[in-house]
Design a protein around this ligand. Structure first.
Ligand code: RB5
Length: 152
């Protein structure tokens, strides 16, 4: 049986929302890997964005959820890694489109900017929305093609 894994990580400014989302996804039958941080002592969001991306790839995870104050910095760090498509979303519709059009594999949320109930809804939608494929497939493949031929 293949184990389906969810990766979670945050800096100090996102750890409370991470814990709330961790509780929520724990009920969904996935293996949960919580990479911290787990308190308000200041840490650097790139460290946790890189760690989340590396563990996501190493474990061939299904989904990742990453958090900082805004979701901006930690998603920037995660997106440096080939194969990672981290989408920073503040609403349910963007979250749905990040999955269906962009095949996002990590959702970034900002504890200081998003309402907790909307964040929970975004997480459910992220997990439950499949990638549409079709015309979107080639576009998504091109995301990792840096300094290469981009026509066609
Ligand atoms: C930390 O104060 C804050 O800068 C960080 O959590 C994040 O919002 C950066 O993008």
């Amino acid at each position: 049986m293949t184990i389906k894994t969810i990766i979670l990580a945050s800096d100090h400014a996102g750890h409370l929302l991470k814990n709330i989302i961790c509780d929520r996804v724990t009920t969904k039958g996935y293996e949960i890997i919580d990479l911290g941080t787990n308190n308000s002592d200041p840490v650097d969001y790139p460290d946790f964005g890189h760690l989340a991306a590396e563990e996501f790839i190493r474990r061939n995870a299904s989904f990742g959820f990453i958090f900082c104050g805004t979701g901006i910095g930690i998603s920037m760090a995660a997106n440096k890694h080939n194969g990672i498509r981290a989408a920073l979303c503040n609403d349910v519709n963007s979250t749905k489109l990040a999955r269906s059009h962009n095949d996002a594999n990590i959702l970034a949320l900002g504890e200081r900017v998003i309402d907790v109930e909307i964040a929970k809804e975004c997480v459910d939608v992220f997990i439950n929305t499949p990638f549409d494929g079709g015309r979107h497939s080639n576009r998504v493949k091109k995301i990792d093609l840096i300094n290469r031929e981009r026509v066609n």
